[in-house]
Design a binder for this molecule. Structure first.
Ligand code: PGA
Length: 240
């Protein structure tokens, strides 16, 4: 694992974008994915700015979202779909060649799961995957106990994730399941960039990076990825 410690959130965001840009220069027709959530907000904004400025060419690249709360669509506050649409895709003046955003409110969620697998199979493997780390070590909705061989799946949310989720949508929604790219697909990415900021992420980040590789801390599997970057601010990197 390559560990990059950044002064602050802005530097973390810029560094993550640099790594994605480098991947896209090597593979302009690649497939990229950004996690939703608080951590990647600055990263996706910076990415969009650089695309609009002509510094990153995505005209031949495809985009796929990482995960979604089952039951929520891209018009629901706090959904990953809304994050993708408003914070990333809607800001791009020069669009990706193609985009697939998971619809958590699909009537046939099993078909939605299959569609995610199909999209990654068609345009993948991922060229660059930008991930956050959950307070329980999850990557997307690869919750503790996940099978490291999993592809796209629908999974019950862990208690930790359910506690954290109220920061995204308060009491408005109470999702019980998540739909997500699987660990096998993430591990097949040419480059993985795990970003983390804030002191509250320090302990779980240190367990993921320095602890044993175990599915009780899903992000620990990234220790076995051949081109993984951990990009963290000084507070999140305190235990590294
Ligand atoms: P956060 O979420 O970026 O909002 O902290 C991280 C995650 O749960 O993956």
């Amino acid at each position: 694992m390559n560990i990059i410690v950044c002064r602050d959130y802005e530097e973390m965001s810029r560094k993550a974008v640099e790594l994605v840009a480098e991947s896209l220069r090597e593979t302009p027709e690649g497939l990229v994915s950004f996690a939703g959530g608080d951590t990647p907000l600055g990263t996706v904004h910076t990415f969009a700015e650089q695309v609009n400025a002509g510094a990153i060419d995505i005209s031949r690249a495809h985009y796929v979202s990482l995960d979604e709360w089952v039951g929520l669509s891209d018009t629901d506050e706090g959904s990953c779909g809304l994050f993708n649409r408003v914070e990333l895709l809607g800001r791009l003046e020069k669009p990706f060649a193609g985009v697939h955003v998971i619809n958590g409110a699909a009537a046939d969620i099993e078909a939605e799961r299959q569609a995610l697998n199909d999209y990654i199979a068609k345009y993948g493997p991922l060229t660059a995957s930008v991930l956050g780390i959950g307070m329980n070590g999850h990557l997307g909705f690869n919750e503790d106990g996940i099978d490291f061989e999993s592809d796209a799946h629908i999974t019950p949310l862990s208690d930790v994730t359910k506690r954290v989720m109220c920061k995204y949508f308060g009491e408005k929604f109470h999702p019980e399941y998540g739909i997500s790219q699987g660990i096998r697909q993430i591990m097949a990415a040419k480059r993985v960039i795990l970003i983390a900021n804030g002191a509250h992420k320090a302990e779980i980040l240190s367990r993921a990076v320095r602890g044993e590789v175990t599915n009780s801390v899903p992000a620990s599997i990234l220790q076995r990825h051949p081109d993984c970057y951990v990009v963290a601010d000084t507070a999140a990197a305190a235990g590294l």
